[in-house]
Design a protein around this ligand. Structure first.
Ligand code: WT7
Length: 652
């Protein structure tokens, strides 16, 4: 009998027997991965097809001032060949991508590996036609349509580096990313239907390109057929160019450490940083986690509901599943259109076996009642996953009981844009789960809990502190695009010789990890990361705003909401109209996800005598927990605090 800790949901005997790993296998593989990472990853690197096999596996250093991460550094391969070409002989007619459009009345598409090969090759030759070659950057600003996958794989095929900008980001944010990477081409669509409404994507691209000085062309996919602006010589329809190019595009031979993509993510200071992932290690890890964590087996239908604009979409809609020859579902719409049963209707329709979504979606759907779930046949579901933020036990239990009918293990996967793939997660046949815990590390991952101020590693099993990782894993980010110093400063300066995650964490007596949330000035809104500094700098860019401080507060659906304290320029009067104006302003500076939920007018902010804003106090007030403000004696003017408490916003 396998022994599990008490108060857990152990895998069923049936699950354990059929899984890629049961408890004994997980423990054996984990131990091997830690005692000899070279041998372990040397062996598992073989899951990919290499053009020139590697002879070196791991060459990594977290040493202060000398952070350098390389995996499989002398091997060569092509990601698109691994995700497509190598499957053609055995599964050319198998569906690679099921595309479910925004409207359930429109027809779903089933794209086979053969079709994927043709579409990707044509897209790749189209990019070449526009002057893109190895090492160039291409920005993608696309709806969730198959062309998004073709474009990613086309870049990979010719060795171009893609940088996807979530289509919900504003034209300003898009311009900053096009400029940041000096992209040669931006790929977009005329419009994006979502939840029955259409976003004018091409419009945003036109605005963004007006703030771009270098030569950047626009490749446009026709999705809606709506009227759009057009600049001759700069803008090209994909269909027009695609009709002229060959469908034969040999994959470029890439070094394992050549960049595969850049993905911008928010940090605690300044502008978002361009996280760089490379070719070999990233794909080994994305594919291995997709297989083990979801216990994916040949013939299964896998659905990750994320957008390709986030890392989850990169690793678990496109790269991981396709490298494994899987069938991956791509959904254009939203969970509540045409009604709150859409996820479950889609699971039934396409016989989904593994379903992966975010706690915020689970909470929102839970609030709509069980009727929307019970209408559908969900008997094909085998494994359920969550990602993006801690899941509260109530939502976990609902997911388990109502969606999974108690038969589907829940994998709560903790990871980050920076980590490329899951670091803490149960394996469905191996690890007993506890609601709210991301449980145990994946192979090769060495989590440690440090005492926050001393930086000392806490060796007792039960511990609480900051979460760091002791050694590298293959899909670790390699650098910040164009700023290696910022990379070292952000992740390796606070705690020497460790990768610092930015998360707080508790380890219980069974060795299970429980993420307690960010310990820096990053907040998590509906599973999306937002730097409070970013929202603040958008607010102070408004001519009527003198100063602002932004913090998170608990929000029933979103996990955290955005609470903004705003000090107006002298002479400006607070009004509901101005509040609306500021909301619209932030939407257009960053995007709808950054819109403050609550704005409090603050005649003054609590500052130390040296002028530093005391965020701890602002956080407490926003959390409605001002009984425990702590020491306020170092404030330059303690009376500001009383004023702020008095006029705090109502959270409900
Ligand atoms: C931050 C990373 C990785 C894709 C989605 C978000 C939080 C992520 C969990 C989880 C608790 C989680 C952390 C992390 N987070 N997954 N299962 N349990 N917290 O990627 O935007 O890079 O954000 O999301 O705080 O640091 P991201």
């Amino acid at each position: 009998m396998t022994e599990y800790p008490a108060d857990t949901y152990a895998p069923s005997a049936e699950m354990a027997a059929g899984a890629h790993a049961d408890k004994a296998k997980y423990e054996e593989m984990y131990a091997a991965s830690i005692s000899d990472p070279e041998a372990f990853w040397g062996e598992h690197g073989k899951r990919l097809d290499w053009i020139k096999p590697y002879t070196k596996v791991k060459n990594t250093s977290f040493a202060p001032g000398n952070v350098d991460i390389r995996w499989y550094e002398d091997g060569t391969l092509n990601v698109s060949a691994n995700c497509i070409d190598r499957h053609l002989a055995t599964r050319g007619d198998q569906t690679a991508i099921i595309w479910e459009p925004d409207s359930p009345d429109d027809e779903a598409q089933h794209i086979t590996y053969k079709m994927l090969h043709e579409k990707t090759s044509i897209m790749a030759n189209t990019l070449k036609e526009l002057g893109v070659s190895k090492g160039d950057r291409v920005v993608l600003y696309l709806p969730m349509i198959p062309e998004a996958a073709y474009a990613m794989l086309a870049c990979a095929r010719i060795g171009a580096i893609h940088s996807i900008v979530f289509a919900g980001f504003s034209s300003d944010a898009l311009a900053a990313r096009i400029n940041g990477s000096q992209a040669k081409v931006v790929i977009t669509a005329d419009g994006a239907p979502r939840g029955g409404r259409v976003t004018n994507l091409k419009d945003s691209v036109d605005k963004a390109l007006s703030a771009v000085e270098h030569d950047c062309k626009c490749l446009c996919v026709k999705r809606t057929g709506q009227d759009i602006g057009w600049t001759e010589g700069r803008d090209f329809w994909l269909d027009d160019l695609a009709a002229k190019v060959s469908a034969d595009c040999p994959p470029e031979e890439m070094n394992a450490e050549d960049p595969l993509f850049i993905l911008y993510t928010s940090g605690s200071t300044g502008q978002p940083k361009g996280v760089v992932h490379t070719t070999g290690g990233y794909l080994v890890y994305a594919s291995m986690t997709q297989e083990y964590v979801f216990d994916y087996h040949d013939g299964d239908i896998f659905w990750c509901t994320a957008d390709v604009g986030w890392v989850t979409g990169h690793s678990y809609i496109v790269y991981g599943p396709l490298a494994n020859g899987a069938t991956t579902l791509m959904f254009e719409g939203v969970p509540t259109y045409p009604d709150a049963g859409r996820f479950w209707a889609t699971c039934e329709k396409h016989k989904v076996n593994q379903f992966y979504t975010a706690p915020t979606a689970i909470r929102a759907l839970m609030g709509q009642g069980n009727g929307f779930v019970e209408k559908y046949d969900l008997s094909d579901l085998k494994v359920l996953g969550t990602v993006g933020e801690p899941i509260n036990p109530e939502a976990w239990n609902w997911y388990n009981d109502v969606v999974g009918k108690g038969n589907c293990p829940i994998v709560d996967t903790w990871w980050q844009t920076e980590t490329g793939g899951h670091l803490l997660t149960p394996l469905p046949g191996a690890v007993a789960t506890k609601p709210g815990s991301a449980t145990l590390p994946f192979f090769g991952v060495q989590p440690v809990i440090l005492e926050p101020t001393s930086g000392e590693e806490i060796h007792e099993t039960a511990a609480e502190g900051v979460l760091c990782i002791k050694d590298s894993w293959p899909s670790q980010m390699r650098t910040v695009w164009g700023d290696h110093e910022r990379f070292e400063k952000t992740y390796f300066a606070d705690y020497k010789n460790y990768y610092f995650t930015g998360d707080g964490c508790r380890r219980d007596a069974d060795g299970y990890y429980w993420i307690t949330g960010r310990v820096d000035d990053v907040i998590n809104v509906s599973g999306h990361r937002m730097g409070t500094a970013e929202v603040e700098s958008a607010l102070v860019a408004h001519p009527k705003v003198a100063e602002s401080a932004v913090v998170g507060y608990p929000h029933d659906i979103k996990g955290q909401g955005i609470y903004a304290y705003v000090t107006l320029m002298s002479g400006e009067e607070p009004s509901d109209e101005l509040r609306k104006e500021l909301e619209t302003w932030v939407r257009s500076e960053i995007g709808p996800i950054a819109k403050p939920d609550l704005i409090q007018w603050a005649p003054g902010l609590p500052k130390t005598r040296s002028g530093k804003i005391m965020r701890r106090i602002l956080r407490k007030i926003a959390e409605d927990d001002f009984g425990a403000l702590g020491d306020t004696s170092t404030l330059a003017d303690p009376s500001v605090v009383d004023e702020l408490i008095e006029n705090r916003m109502n959270r409900s």
